[in-house]
Design a protein around this ligand. Structure first.
Ligand code: SF4
Length: 386
């Protein structure tokens, strides 16, 4: 039995670790102070130089500038990053170049520079079309700012725009979530990502929930929201291609597909992760520590990082974990083998001619199901080829 091969594309990710303020639920690494922005840019360029030799034979297919809040960088800083990218790496001719942006830091001047340097996709963290929900989340923008920023991005000639939305916000109703979806679609975007609000350890939201000051919606409410979301987006012409991601056909994110199809990627910047298959499967992650990152690179060293060598078992688990999140799913032959060993799992899948993918109930329990699936397969691991 064989799992489908991995994506042969390689992506490049840059983490910009600055935000104007900290949202109450945020588990991503970012700093609120901006004093270190210039030193971060110089360090990032040094990091590119250090990796240029190792990746000189590869042509990257995508660039994704995420964060944090990349739109906090001014035009000059963005230009410097792209000049260095062109100097140190090779790229395929047609590449997808995404920048994440937040409404409070989008201006015509910087958006114009994005266009000049070759950015062709903008992902805007709006999260909700309701000011009360935005205030609860601790976002730095309101809905008017969001509308204005999307107009700017359209006006400067970006047809490919994603909006991020969050659901499961305490106090949010199905109706208000549906209004946020409708609002997002009405902005003329091509892609919508919807994430359920999770309570990450170490966040303010975590403390508020732990001390009983805030109650998260129960499982039934989440389930209803998932269902309503899927129906609403599909009725509006958006197709789900991963648990949380919907696109007008043809506008699926190439960069995210590299992650979901177990492809390789180089991550630059504090807290970014990288994954390569050769010479041996290896994942590494820079420490989430901007000062340590700058210190190491100013001395010409790689930033402090953690390495994780992956054996076949680990790779197999990862690949199943990733593939079952996609609408394509896993090969039918493999799925039927799993069902023959654990009949319960079959209730969470729907099968087509060649592939089996999670059904709605399966999507609801995807994480625990991946673990159960792997435990079922573990004794037969030698029969599966990657
Ligand atoms: S803007 Fe994004 S990265 Fe920054 S604190 Fe909020 S959720 Fe986190």
């Amino acid at each position: 039995m064989k799992l489908p091969g991995y994506s042969d594309k390689i992506g490049l990710y840059i983490h910009v670790p600055f935000c104007r303020s900290k949202c109450i639920y945020c588990g991503f690494y970012s700093e609120v102070s901006s004093d270190l922005q210039e030193r971060y840019i110089s360090s990032l360029i040094r990091e590119m130089e250090l990796y240029s030799g190792r990746f000189r034979d590869r042509a990257f297919t995508t660039i994704y500038i995420g964060g944090g809040t990349p739109s906090i960088l001014n035009g000059e800083q963005v230009r410097k990053i792209f000049e260095a990218l062109k100097k140190y790496f090779h790229f395929e001719t047609e590449i997808e170049v995404t920048i994440e942006a937040n409404p409070e830091s989008i201006s015509s001047d910087t958006v114009r520079v994005w266009k000049e340097v070759g950015i062709n996709r903008v992902s805007i963290g709006v999260q909700s079309a309701h000011d009360a929900e935005l205030r609860f989340l601790g976002r730095a923008h309101n809905i008017l700012m969001a509308e204005k920023s999307i107009k700017i991005v359209h006006k400067e000639g970006f047809p490919n725009i994603n909006i991020d939305l969050i659901f499961g916000i305490p106090g949010q109703t199905i109706k208000s979530f549906m209004q946020s979806i409708e609002w997002a679609v009405n902005q003329g975007v091509t892609h919508i990502s919807t994430y359920s609000l999770t309570v990450e350890p170490g966040t303010l939201l975590h403390r508020l929930v732990q001390t009983g000051k805030i109650r998260m919606p129960d499982e039934d409410k989440f389930r209803e929201m998932y269902r309503a979301r899927d129906e609403m987006l599909s009725s509006l012409g958006f197709r789900r291609y991963e648990i949380s991601n919907f696109a007008i056909p043809g506008f699926e994110s190439m960069h995210n597909r590299i992650y979901w199809y177990h492809g390789e990627y180089l991550g630059l910047g504090p807290s970014s992760a990288s994954f390569v298959y050769k010479p041996e499967p290896l994942r590494w992650q820079n420490n989430p520590d901007l000062s340590g990152y700058i210190r190491a690179l100013s001395m010409g060293n790689f930033p402090p990082l953690k390495k994780d060598y992956l054996n076949v078992k680990a790779l197999l688990l990862e690949r199943i974990f990733l593939y079952i999140r996609t609408t394509k799913g896993i090969p039918r032959e493999l799925a039927e083998f799993i069902f023959s060993k654990n009949e319960r799992i079959s209730h969470f899948f729907v099968c087509g001619e060649r592939f089996c993918a999670l059904n709605f109930e399966g999507l609801m329990v995807a994480d625990s199901l991946s673990v159960e699936l792997f435990r079922t397969l573990e004794p037969y691991i030698d029969m599966i080829e990657l």
